[in-house]
Design a protein around this ligand. Structure first.
Ligand code: AHG
Ligand code: MN
Ligand code: MN
Length: 341
C-alpha cells in the first residue's frame, strides 16, 4: 500500500509546451498559434515516419528506391517516402513559406504549390538521417531547423541562405528504442518521448544541459588516413593522455541524430571534420550542422567548424556542407587549441 504511486495527472505534451513557449516569447503580446500549428504538423510527420521505420521490414520498405539524391547518394525507399510525408504535411499546414529538404534538389517555394495564403516559416530538414543504418534496425531520425521569412518577403531562397544563429527553432526526432523529439525554440533544450498508447510526445527531459566535459569521442576513424594534423593530434591527446587522466571511450553510430543525442545526454565530442578526401566535411550545413549546433549551444555546449562558430557560417547554396565538432564545452575547447597551434 505504501508504494502506491498515483498516475500523473499533469502531463506536459509537446503541443502544450510549444504553446507555453509561444506565450513566453511573445511577452504578453498576442499569440497567433501559428508556430504551434507548424509544430503540430511537424510532430505528426514524426509519428508517421516513426511508424514507417518500425514497420519497414514488415512492409517491404527496406532497400534502395532506385534513384539518387542531389548529393549523388542512393535514396532508400524510406528516404523518399519520409520526404513526401514531410513535404505534404508542411505545405498543407499553411504555416510554411519555403522548404529545403535533403531529398529535394531545389528549394520548394510553397506559394507555387498552394493557392491559399502561405505561412511565415521556412523549414530546412533531413527527413531521414542515418539511412545507411535503416536496414540494420539501428537508430535513425529526422532533423529540422526553422527560420522566419524576412520582413517584406513572401518566401524565397534568400530566407534560408542565412546563418544558423538566425533560426527561431531547431530539433530532431530520433527513432530508437523509443521515439524522442528534442527541441529548442531558443530558450534551452527540452526532450519529449512518444507515448504510443496515447499518441503524444510527453516532456521527459526538461532543460537538457550537456555536461561541461565528457569521456566519449565520436568520429569515423576509418577516415584517419585523410585527417589533417589538428584532428590527429587531438585524438592522440584523448587516447593517450598524461596519467592520471584516463583515455576516452569511442562511440560512433553513423547516424548523426543518434550520435548527437548521446552527446547531449552524456557529454563528450562528436566530430565530422573536413579532411583530404572530403574537403568541406560531409554533413550538410542547413539541415544537419545548423540544427545540431543550435541544440548544442542551447544545451550549454559548443559547436565549431574548427575555424569559427558553426552558427555564424553563411550558406551560399542550400545543400552546402561544412565541418562540425560539437559537444561538451571543455572538450570542444580542447580540440580548438589544436587548431590554433
Ligand atoms: P543521411 O543518411 O541523411 O545521408 O546522413 C548520414 C550522415 C550522418 O547521419 C552521419 O553522421 C554520417 O552521415 C555518417 O557518415 P560516415 O559513414 O561517412 O561516417
Ligand atoms: Mn543526414
Ligand atoms: Mn537523410
Amino acid at each position: 500500500m505504501g508504494d502506491f504511486q498515483p498516475p500523473q495527472t499533469d502531463i506536459i505534451t509537446l503541443s502544450r509546451h510549444v504553446l507555453n513557449e509561444g506565450f513566453k516569447m511573445a511577452n504578453q503580446k498576442q499569440v497567433t498559434g501559428e508556430f504551434t500549428l507548424l509544430l503540430n504538423s511537424l510532430q505528426t510527420t514524426c509519428k508517421v515516419i516513426e511508424d514507417l521505420v518500425r514497420k519497414a521490414r514488415l512492409n517491404n520498405m527496406t532497400g534502395v528506391a532506385g534513384a539518387q539524391n542531389v548529393q549523388g547518394e542512393d535514396q532508400k525507399k524510406l528516404d523518399v517516402i519520409s520526404n513526401e510525408v514531410m513535404v505534404n504535411a508542411l505545405v498543407a499546414s499553411g504555416q510554411s513559406a519555403v522548404l529545403v529538404s535533403e531529398e529535394e534538389e531545389e528549394a520548394i517555394i510553397v506559394s507555387d504549390r498552394r493557392a491559399a495564403e502561405t505561412g511565415k516559416y521556412c523549414l530546412v530538414f533531413d527527413p531521414l538521417d542515418g539511412s545507411s543504418n535503416i536496414d540494420a534496425g539501428v537508430n535513425v531520425g529526422t532533423i529540422f531547423g526553422i527560420y522566419q521569412v524576412q520582413p517584406g518577403s513572401s518566401g524565397s531562397i534568400k530566407d534560408v541562405l542565412r546563418p544558423g544563429r538566425e533560426m527561431v527553432a531547431a530539433g530532431y526526432c530520433m527513432y530508437g528504442s523509443s521515439a524522442n523529439i528534442v527541441l529548442s525554440t531558443g530558450t534551452g533544450v527540452d526532450g519529449f518521448t512518444l507515448d504510443n498508447s496515447i499518441g503524444e510526445f510527453i516532456l521527459t527531459h526538461p532543460k537538457i544541459q550537456i555536461p561541461p566535459r565528457g569521456q566519449i569521442y565520436s568520429i569515423n576513424e576509418g577516415n584517419a588516413m585523410y585527417y589533417h594534423p589538428p584532428i590527429t593530434k587531438y585524438l592522440d591527446s584523448i587516447k593517450f593522455p598524461e596519467p592520471p587522466k584516463k583515455p576516452y571511450s569511442a562511440r560512433y553510430i553513423g547516424s548523426m541524430v543518434a550520435d548527437v543525442h548521446r552527446t547531449l545526454l552524456y557529454g563528450g565530442i562528436f566530430c565530422y571534420p573536413a579532411d583530404k578526401k572530403s574537403t568541406k566535411g560531409k554533413l550538410r550545413m542547413l539541415y544537419e550542422a545548423f540544427p545540431m549546433a543550435f541544440l548544442a549551444e542551447q544545451a550549454g555546449g559548443l559547436a565549431t567548424t574548427g575555424e569559427k562558430r558553426v552558427l555564424d557560417v553563411v550558406p551560399t547554396t542550400i545543400h552546402e556542407r561544412c565541418p562540425i565538432f560539437l559537444g561538451s564545452r571543455e572538450d570542444v575547447q580542447d580540440l580548438l587549441s589544436f587548431f590554433k597551434e
